[in-house]
Design a binder for this molecule. Structure first.
Ligand code: XIL
Length: 398
């Protein structure tokens, strides 16, 4: 599988045409100031151990406006052994965020992949018993952080990693297909003011998966399930950026459901032998961030780490290390991708909309929001009830 994925990712393949390096004048402000002005959050991950890494933590606090715990708020970190609940890591990440005026993306209450579910949870075969554990966990986390963490990935990766069916996790097998709706309803009952998000891998590049995710969300919304937003992880398999029009249409498909949208786990691996890799990576980042800014519903871009020296991709076994997928290099120096993101943020949402290939004011083609990017999807999409408004959390309109 790793070999197939490496092929898919084009790892090691030299670029067909070497792109000329572009000079990128640097706006004289940290990303977070530029992002605030553009009404978007710019985030990165934090592990409890990184709080004591002055270079990492300092860069995070200076440049980013939001933080996601890379692991510390997951069930396997909070309760690795049944009833041995430990919030120390999660608390530490939250306290760091509060001390540095960072918003927090709570990640994630239920991760619907057996490989990332505590073994003791995975072993449960009785429906009532599993639901009791899910309910206890969701309640414990949401009650502990009520009023302090307002944005939650309630369900992570409900679909097959490279397919479009449900993932077949212990939650699917033992609780049955309605568990996603039940968990969102539970979360809303415990913390009615929290934003409730569903987070997924691969919908940014895999049209079948995007279609399946749109249909899942449309069905849940039609049932009145309280979902506010969809997080697109955006772990890119190739250094080459997405086609901007196609990427924007994906974002607009979720916007058309009435949902908020976020890029939640962005990283772009570079092959070690790709001489133009960092410049191509910068273009990929540019396309992704400008697309978010062009779509009013897109409120956050979070990168899955701060510096290349700490990326999870180097240990994943899918890409030859060093993958160098982030905005800062091993020495915490900003990379071409940083400058690209900085420029796009500085230019703001109006500029992003003006350059949008899907914007009806700049093209003669139909507005993107009425033309689904999903092959075979109904066109125009069947209207779904709009997602609920969140109390006290106005949507960014740019
Ligand atoms: C990853 C972390 O980065 C790793 O440290 C950990 O070993 C596994 O999880 N999708 C997600 C993230 O939603 O939580 C994952 O984070 C990366 C893929």
């Amino acid at each position: 599988m790793a070999a197939a994925l490496a092929l898919l990712a084009g790892v090691g393949a030299p670029p067909a045409v070497a792109a000329p390096a572009r000079a990128r004048p640097v706006p004289d402000a940290p990303l977070r100031a530029l992002a605030d002005a553009a009404s978007v959050r710019v985030g990165a991950t934090l592990e409890p151990a990184q709080i004591d890494d002055a270079a990492y933590a300092g860069t995070l606090a200076r440049e980013f406006s939001s933080v996601t715990a890379e692991n510390a708020m997951k069930w396997y970190a909070i309760e690795p052994t049944r009833d041995a609940v430990d919030f120390a890591g999660a608390d530490a990440v939250l306290e760091f965020a509060e001390a540095n005026d960072l918003a927090v993306r709570g990640h994630a209450l239920i991760w619907s992949q057996d490989a990332f579910t505590p073994a003791w949870v995975r072993a449960i075969t009785d429906r009532a018993e599993l639901w009791t554990e899910v309910e206890d966990h969701v309640r414990a986390v949401l009650e502990r952080y009520r009023g302090r963490i307002r944005r939650w990935d309630v369900v992570n990766e409900p679909l097959d990693t490279f397919g479009s069916a449900r993932s077949g996790s212990v939650f699917d097998r033992v609780l049955g297909p309605d568990w996603i709706a039940d968990v969102f309803r539970l979360a809303h009952a415990v913390d009615p003011d929290a934003e409730l998000w569903l987070n997924e891998y691969g919908a940014d590049w895999n049209p079948q998966k995007h279609r399946a995710l749109v249909e899942l969300l449309r069905t849940l919304l039609a049932q009145g399930v309280p979902i506010d937003g969809v997080g697109l992880q955006t772990h890119r398999l190739s250094v080459d950026g997405p086609d901007r029009a196609a990427f924007e249409r994906v974002l607009r498909d979720y916007e058309a459901l009435g949902l908020r949208v976020a890029i939640t786990e962005l990283d772009v691996a570079v092959a070690p032998d790709d001489a133009q890799g960092l410049e191509r990576q910068a273009e990929a980042y540019e396309t992704i961030v400008v697309s978010c800014l062009a779509v009013a519903a897109c409120e956050e871009v979070t990168t899955w780490g701060v510096t290349d020296r700490d990326t999870w991709l180097d240990d994943l076994g899918l890409f030859p290390p060093p993958t160098r997928p982030l905005l800062f290099d091993d020495e915490l120096a900003p990379k071409p991708a940083y400058h690209a993101v900085s420029q796009v943020l500085a230019a703001g949402r109006a500029a992003a909309r003006a350059s949008s290939p899907g914007d009806p004011t700049t093209t003669t083609t139909a507005p993107a929001s009425t033309t689904s990017s999903v092959p075979g999807a109904p066109d125009p999409p069947t209207p779904a009830p709009a997602a609920r408004p969140v109390a006290g959390a106005p949507r960014f309109t740019g």
